[in-house]
Design a protein around this ligand. Structure first.
Ligand SMILES: [Zn+2]
Length: 321
C-alpha cells in the first residue's frame, strides 16, 4: 500500500509539473525583486515577461512586514519560488517568520504556504479558503494531490469578523470582503504605513477575473471595491496582487467599467443572445486601449477580455434560475 501511494504521489507531482510546463512557466528563470514601501514594509514580486498568466510580474505580489517582533507575510507565491522568496526575505530581515496571511486561494498566492508554515509561520485566512483547500481538485481533468496539510490555514475568520495583528509598532487589519475574485478574499490594511494589500479583486493588468469555480462573484467584486474605497484614505496606497500600486481614485473608473460591461451583457442576455453572440459583440472594445494586457491570453483559454465577459455572462444567466 505504501509504495502504491508513493507511486500515486509521484504521478500526481508529474501531472502538476506537466501542467506548470504547459503554462510555459520556467521557475528557474524567475527572480524576486524587493520594493520598500514603508520603513518596515516590503513588496516582493517575480520577474516580468516569464509568466504567461501574469506578464507584468511572475506570480502574485508578497508583502513582508519586518521588525524585531518577527515577520508577517501577506501571500506566499508559487511553491516553486518559495526558496527564492525566503532568500529575498532574509535580505531584509533575519527575524522569525511568525504569521502568513493569504489574500485568496490561488496558487500564485498560496503555493508557498507549506514551506513557510514549516519554518514556523501560523497561517491566517478566510474559512472559505481553508474549505477550498480541503476540496478535491483537478488539474487538466486529472485528480490533483491534496494540499500538503502544512499549507492549510490554522487561524480562520469569516465575513464580518476582521482580525487585528499588532506587530513591530504596526497594526495589520485582515478585513474579509464579500465573495469577489474568489469566495475567500481578504484585504490587509497596514494602518501606520497607510497601505492596503487588496489581493486580486482589483487588477490593472488584464480585465477583472471573477473565479466563479472558487466562489467568486460579480456582485461581490463591485461590493469589495466599494468597501475598499470607504476603508482607504485619499492618500492610501492600494497594492494589488498583480499590476501597479494605485490610489483610491483609480477604483471608481474600474468599478464603473465593470458596471458598464455588466449592463451591456445584461442587455444581450435579455435579447436571448448566446455566450458566443455576446463574445462576438466585443463589449469591452471601448476599454481595450486603456486596459494593459486585456487582449492577452488568460489562464483557462481565450483572452482576458473573453474570460471576463464569459464570467459576467455566466453570473447574469445564473441569476435567471
Ligand atoms: Zn488570484
Amino acid at each position: 500500500m505504501k509504495s502504491a501511494s508513493l507511486l500515486l504521489a509521484a504521478w500526481a507531482v508529474a501531472v502538476l509539473s506537466a501542467s506548470a510546463r504547459s503554462q510555459g512557466l520556467d521557475f528557474g528563470k524567475i527572480e524576486i525583486a524587493t520594493e520598500q514601501v514603508a520603513p518596515n514594509l516590503y513588496m516582493l514580486s517575480g520577474s516580468a515577461g516569464l509568466d504567461p498568466a501574469h506578464e507584468d510580474a511572475a506570480g502574485g505580489r508578497i508583502g513582508v512586514l519586518a521588525g524585531p517582533d518577527g515577520i508577517l507575510m501577506v501571500d506566499a507565491q508559487y511553491g516553486e519560488l518559495a526558496d527564492k522568496v525566503l532568500t529575498a526575505i532574509r535580505r531584509v530581515s533575519s527575524a522569525p517568520i511568525r504569521f502568513l496571511v493569504n489574500t485568496h486561494i490561488h496558487r500564485d498566492h498560496t503555493g508557498g504556504n507549506a514551506k513557510f508554515a514549516k519554518l514556523g509561520a501560523t497561517i491566517f485566512a478566510r474559512e472559505e479558503l481553508r474549505e477550498g483547500m480541503g476540496r478535491a481538485r483537478t488539474v487538466n481533468g486529472n485528480p490533483a494531490p491534496a494540499a500538503d496539510p502544512a499549507a492549510i490555514p490554522v487561524v480562520t475568520y469569516g465575513l464580518g469578523e476582521p482580525v487585528r495583528i499588532h506587530l513591530n509598532g504596526e497594526i495589520a487589519d485582515l478585513i474579509p470582503v464579500r465573495a469577489a475574485h474568489t469566495g475567500g478574499d481578504t484585504m490587509i490594511r497596514f494602518e501606520n504605513a497607510n497601505a492596503i494589500m487588496i489581493g486580486d479583486y482589483y487588477r490593472n493588468f488584464g480585465y477583472p477575473f471573477i473565479d466563479i469555480a472558487n466562489g467568486g462573484s460579480l456582485k461581490g467584486m463591485l461590493e469589495a471595491l466599494d468597501v475598499t474605497m470607504k476603508v482607504a484614505r485619499p492618500d492610501t496606497r492600494l497594492i494589488p496582487g498583480h499590476g501597479t500600486i494605485v490610489k483610491r481614485t483609480e477604483l471608481a473608473p474600474y468599478r464603473d467599467m465593470i458596471f458598464a460591461i455588466q449592463g451591456k451583457v445584461q442587455q444581450l442576455v435579455a435579447q436571448g443572445k448566446t455566450l458566443q453572440d455576446v463574445l462576438a459583440a466585443r463589449v469591452t472594445s471601448p476599454y481595450d486601449s486603456t486596459v494593459p494586457g486585456g487582449l492577452l491570453p488568460a489562464a483557462g483559454g481565450g483572452t482576458s477580455a473573453d474570460r471576463f465577459i464569459t464570467e459576467v455572462y455566466q453570473e447574469l444567466k445564473g441569476g435567471d434560475k
